[in-house]
Design a protein around this ligand. Structure first.
Ligand SMILES: [Zn+2]
Ligand SMILES: [Zn+2]
Length: 899
């Protein structure tokens, strides 16, 4: 083959720089040179060369590459319809669609093909953001008709080894666009006579994407297909639409789909899988299984992994192999012939985890362990999914159940209930279990998905076998910082599995990922909804991070929790301590439905996704989800920019933050609920307006003092005619505690979340008290009562205030007055205007901004406040109890220590 190359070049007259034809000349030259280039039979080279190419672009003897480029530009610019007609009629003489390549084997085979595919994937990529004129379809757009590889020198051989002249592959290639098909396009390749490498046309800068040298897609069409997939329209429907619109017959949908995937494989997506709000290491995640996303696969065909396989797979290599497979598709006529196909396997199949989120490129996939009969300790893992499967089975129609019974060799007579009972009993055997699973769910185990509360996907794993918590554990253990709170509908199964698997480190702790130790007392409290477990580090990082604490929160605690909808999934009474609602920082703020929302969108893609081969299915799924993530992130960034009118930048955790602080001029005063005295200092006024601005994000941290963090939403509860948030109450009491210290008084103030729990367990009242409680000057128990209208704070013996919601403020003020001995003079306003507050308002300090989901900006009172509303009678009992304890009829909540 190599020795043929000199022959090829010798048949082509090599133009010198002096005889570069002018644009006019090219047009005229076409028909005449066409006859000149008919190969001389004596040279034994039967290569058909496109006349235009020979005349205009082959300059093997030209030293200056730049000149050659200019030359080609000239050639492009003169394309006109006339000329196209000339070329077409010239080409018509050769009725054969395929040009005869003679001895040259193109596409190359085996190693040469591998070299070529790898070269394309590395060097011929497209940018993620294409210039505007390549994204929008245009009817007028003219495309070049002669597509020649740009390379002049071999890219593999050292030194400057010139490539052969262009060799025609076909002159019947088609450029598909959304408005027409450009016919009779010629495509060429070049080869290196030294190493034998081939180069083909793959230049996105012309606005076209070469799929297989015969079918090319223009870039606007590629973008259209991408966006259509985002709105759940399969390529076959796009093709149908195109055919109806243009009246032209398009190639098969499958070919166009492969062409589109080829385009996606060459686009430089980094698949970051990270949320602009939560950053690379989200502290809270939601996990779920997309069970309907599956491909058909016979598990029995899978060979077991090699003996020494340790469960680690090379994520980069796996996904690169899938990309190479897409590129390889551009050289074969059917998927079956693609030697780059990646078959499912236990030791190569890898999940996708955002590159900044994962610990390293070597991630876990221990699915092969599902094959082994479960050890007794792992039984819990299996039964968990079995329960779930049973649940699903019970939803099936009677015919399906009857057929399943037959397939499992069971009696298929009787009622639906009989059948279900029979199958259900039989499912205890792994064989039947697998059969039922495959029938009910899918051939493969669906997609395990981890996402943040905003709905951005962080990790995906396509299960080969039935789902188990193992799949999620594989991903979580591959993360650099395992999330602190994991919301999963099989929280218990996950906790058991992970702690059994890593007995040394026990990933889910404390309390096996429960919020409290599972004492009978705690369980009872939690059952009545009386338990609150505050995780303040979710709002702001621990001052002194735990050893091996999460990078964002500083906490080394890891909880596996159930959301509201799956609280009843478990029969273990201890799991009542896994309720998401128990955590005030999460209650009402985390929408665990995001996973289901994503899946219901993805379900609409099943009709085309599930038809694809496993590797295609994986490639496409990761790609579709990437575009989904990108779209949502862009929307969120847009909202942030709208809200702040400011430059947004990314911090080191890849979270969006403001470059410049908000300037005070932009802060407009909003109507707020509390009576603001007119003589308010201008700085105070501005700060108040800023803090209470309803258009700003509710989750923005306004006050950070030690371990206490207060968000705007919590502070609004003070200012906007609402009952005071207990977080705020606690924070204010902390200030009061400090004020008392300054006055030389040592006081103890009970946590506002703790007091409501006393009504059920009065004996536990003293549990929280410090050792030296009897030495305190004053004990303060801020509590609620309904004796003066629903849910009021009240202090005995003091004038009652009549402004409804302000009672929270009053109790704070009275307490302050008592402890400091200032007297009840509210005219004398106290304000803790720190330097920090001043600089925030002056614009010198950047607010800590966590931009929330839209719903978090809502005006709704947080759920943990609402939940208190349901307990009015019990509240009363509590207050009564405190009163009785003191031998008083009054509802005394602030009193002198008597001991
Ligand atoms: Zn070479
Ligand atoms: Zn997020």
């Amino acid at each position: 083959m190599k020795e043929k190359h000199p022959d090829i070049t010798s048949t082509i007259p090599a133009p010198t720089l002096t005889n570069i034809p002018s644009p006019k000349k090219i047009k005229l030259a076409v028909p005449t040179t066409a006859s000149n280039t008919i190969p001389d039979p004596t040279t034994k080279t039967t290569t058909m060369l496109d006349p235009a190419i020979t005349t205009t672009t082959t300059l093997p003897s030209t030293p200056s590459e730049q000149m050659q480029r200019t030359h080609r530009e000239l050639f492009r610019k003169v394309r006109s319809t006339e000329e196209v007609e000339v070329l077409t009629s010239a080409g018509d003489e050769n009725r054969d669609d395929e040009a005869d390549l003679g001895d040259i084997t193109y596409p190359p085979k085996d190693d040469q093909l591998k070299v070529m595919v790898q070269y394309i994937l590395k060097n011929k990529t497209l940018p993620v953001i294409l210039p505007e004129h390549f994204r929008l379809p245009s009817v007028e757009k003219e495309y070049p008709r002669h597509l020649i590889p740009e390379e002049m020198m071999c890219q593999h051989c050292p030194g400057n080894v010139p490539l052969s002249d262009p060799v025609l592959i076909t002159q019947k290639a088609k450029i598909l666009t959304s408005s027409r098909i450009v016919q009779d396009v010629s495509t060429c390749c070049k080869s290196c006579h030294q190493c034998g490498a081939f180069f083909r046309y793959q230049e996105w800068k012309d606005g076209i994407h070469n799929f297989n040298d015969r079918i090319l897609l223009d870039l606007p069409l590629c973008i259209t297909i991408r966006n259509m997939l985002q709105v759940h329209t399969a390529v076959c429907r796009v093709v149908e639409y195109l055919e109806r619109t243009t009246g032209v017959h398009f190639p098969s949908a499958d070919t166009i789909m492969q062409g589109y995937l080829h385009f996606e494989a060459l686009t430089e997506h980094d698949y970051e899988y990270s949320c602009v709000n939560c950053g690379d290491h989200p502290p809270v995640v939601i996990m779920d299984l997309h069970k309907k996303g599956a491909f058909h696969l016979s598990v029995s065909d899978l060979s077991p992994p090699p003996e020494d396989f340790n469960g680690e797979v090379d994520m980069h290599s796996f996904w690169e192999a899938l990309s190479l497979e897409r590129i390889g598709q551009g050289f074969v006529t059917s998927q079956q012939k693609n030697t780059f196909t990646v078959p499912p396997s236990y030791n190569f199949w890898a999940p996708w985890i955002g590159p900044k989120t994962c610990r390293s490129n070597h991630v876990l996939n221990t699915e092969y362990q599902k094959v082994r009969p479960p050890k007794p300790t792992e039984v819990s893992e299996m039964t968990v999914t079995e329960d779930r499967l049973r649940e699903e089975l019970y939803k099936q129609k009677v015919q399906v159940v009857r057929k399943l019974c037959k397939e499992c060799g069971l009696d298929s007579s009787g009622s639906r209930a009989d059948l279900l009972l029979r199958l259900s009993n039989e499912m205890k055997s792994r064989q039947t279990y697998d059969k039922v699973f495959q029938k009910i769910w899918a051939a493969s185990g669906g997609w395990a998905v981890i996402m943040c509360p905003c709905g951005i996907v962080y990790s995906i794993k396509c299960n080969i076998r039935a789902e188990s918590p193992r799949d999620f554990a594989d991903m979580l253990l591959s993360w650099k910082h395992m999330p602190n709170v994991i919301i999963y509908d099989f929280a218990r199964g996950l906790a058991t599995h992970m702690n059994l698997r890593e007995p040394g480190s026990l990933p889910l702790k404390p309390f096996e990922g429960r919020l409290n130790p599972p004492t009978p007392d705690n369980i009872a409290k939690a059952k009545d909804g009386k338990l609150k477990v505050s995780l303040p580090w979710l709002n702001c990082k621990k001052n002194i991070p735990d050893p091996e604490g999460h990078r964002v929160t500083g906490s080394a605690e890891h909880y596996a929790l159930y959301d509201r909808f799956h609280e009843d999934n478990t029969k273990d009474p201890r799991d009542v301590l896994r309720k998401l609602r128990t955590v005030p920082q999460l209650a009402g703020k985390v929408n665990s439905q995001v996973a289901e929302q994503l899946f219901s969108r993805m379900k609409k893609n099943n009709y085309f996704l599930n038809m694809a081969l496993p590797s295609t299915h994986l490639f496409l799924m990761r790609n579709i989800i990437h575009h989904h993530n990108t779209y949502r992130n862009e929307q969120r960034l847009g909202n942030i920019k709208k809200a702040f009118g400011n430059d947004v930048t990314m911090n080191r955790h890849s979270q969006a933050v403001l470059v410049n602080p908000v300037s005070p001029e932009k802060v407009s005063t909003v109507s707020i609920g509390i009576d603001v005295p007119t003589e308010l200092n201008p700085i105070q006024d501005k700060l108040l307006s800023y803090v209470l601005d309803t258009r700003r994000p509710g989750a923005e941290i306004i006050i950070k003092e030690g371990s206490t963090c207060l968000t705007r939403e919590e502070i609004r509860s003070l200012g906007l005619q609402r009952n005071m948030d207990s977080q705020i109450g606690n924070a204010c009491f902390k200030l009061i505690h400090e004020a008392a210290q300054q006055h030389g008084k040592d006081i103890y103030i009970e946590d506002m979340y703790v007091i409501p729990t006393w009504k059920c367990t009065p004996k536990n009242m003293a549990v929280n008290f410090p050792e030296d409680v009897d030495m305190k000057d004053l004990l303060v128990f801020p509590a609620w009562t309904n004796s003066n209208g629903p849910e009021h704070f009240i202090l005995c013996g003091l004038p009652l205030q009549n402004f409804g919601n302000d009672c929270g403020i009053f109790i704070l003020m009275y307490t302050l007055c008592i402890v400091t001995g200032v007297g009840f003079d509210f005219q004398e306003r106290f304000a803790f205007w720190t330097d920090e507050a001043r600089s925030l308002v002056q614009g010198a300090l950047q607010p800590v901004s966590r931009v929330p989901r839209l719903s978090a900006v809502s005006e709704k009172v947080p759920v943990h406040i609402e939940s208190v509303d349901h307990r009015t009678t019990e509240e009363k009992r509590l207050v009564d109890f405190i009163g009785e304890l003191q031998g008083s009829e009054e509802h005394l909540v602030t009193y002198k220590a008597t001991v």
